[in-house]
Design a binder for this molecule. Sequence first.
Ligand code: FES
Ligand code: FE2
Length: 440
Amino acid sequence: MKGNYDTDHIRSLVRPDSVHRDVYLDPVLFELELKRIFARAWNYLCHESQLPGSGDYLTADIAGNPVIAIRGEDNLIRTLHNRCAHRGAKVLGNGQGNAKVLACSYHGWSYRTDGALLSIPCRDNYRGTEVDENPAGYGLTGIRTDSYRGFIFANLDADAPDLTDYLGGAWRALDNMVDRSPDGELQPVKSSFRALYRNNWKIYLENLHDGMHPLNVHQSSIAASREQLSRIDKTSGKTPALALQLVQANAQGYRQMEELEVTCYGYGHSDMRGFRNPDNDADPAYREYVSRHRKSYGKEKSAQILNTNLHNVNFYPNASAHPRFLQMRVIRPVSVDRTAIEINVFRWKGAPDEINQRNIVYANTIHSPSSLIKPDDLEAYRRVQEGLLSTGQEWISQHSLFGPDTDDAAPQSALSEQYIRNQYRSWLAYMCNPGSTGDG
Ligand code: FES
Ligand SMILES: [Fe+2]
């Protein structure tokens, strides 16, 4: 089915209830996705708390473009192309740090933190040239940047909708992440998980509300945690360790998963009700947290915030959040069958340490590449990627609880594949419109 991807061909790859396997396999289509989806969507980069001081920066990638997010001397966070205006070297190596001046390591051209050209060695050698006469054209090119509740996004497309329009109802997750802090602020945990997954980027997003898989994929850890739990004397009054509770939550049956609401939004976004709740009114640390939270928000508003329990939230195509355990994940497509995932965990400023510690326990238990849980998922993703090489079937089923799938469709359950179909409606809208980001 491969070939030239004109609009008719692209449309023919997606049916209302299934999708053609080429969408996960063809490198040509992958390159088109970078240009038509990632170069035109708002890409999440970081939270402002990760760049607290002037000159603090981190590097990232948007649709194959190396970029820098940096806080300037004027306190504004900007996104700049990480590409020297001289002969094109990346000005900063990959990573995070602080730079008062962005100096290119190749021939020493340097730039201010707002991207403006600062100095060129042997400047006289450029006298009378375009560089001399128009130095403003030889800075680090800026990229459209906006933020919501401190979450920084950038977009290569000048014609893209505003960030708030783009986020639609999915912003409620970002609100909840910040509002759970008694002080209304987030603080980053200074290390993150970075892993290269052996699957197409879409397979990762398609798993995040998948209530059908835990009982199957995570069987080994469910069995081990059940055995551990059985050893706890029920009359002792002891609460099982948090890690044990988190693992055991995957044992929920289809009936329970059916009760978890998944809500779809425009642009392919979606969120899912949480099914893990470690809060316990008998726990002194939690009581202290609630007391501090109520002081800030009042009893009613505090209850409303803390009772909002969202599990994974997808910001299609490049980010996913876990509001309840305070994670942001960045999805970076590397090739048609490789995806880099970076997971950052935060703390709620003003919350007791013990409460914040739970977010780290959650990340280590569920999302570390070496946890008891994540390798199960990675193996499932890899098997999908490899299984799709088979010529035995051309189409991938997304029939579960099919239709009606409209932009204002009612939320469905975690057993429905509605959210995947919603992603593909967005995929088609992006892919069938060449836009203005220069894919020719
Ligand atoms: S490529 Fe950067 S100074 Fe030459
Ligand atoms: Fe899983």
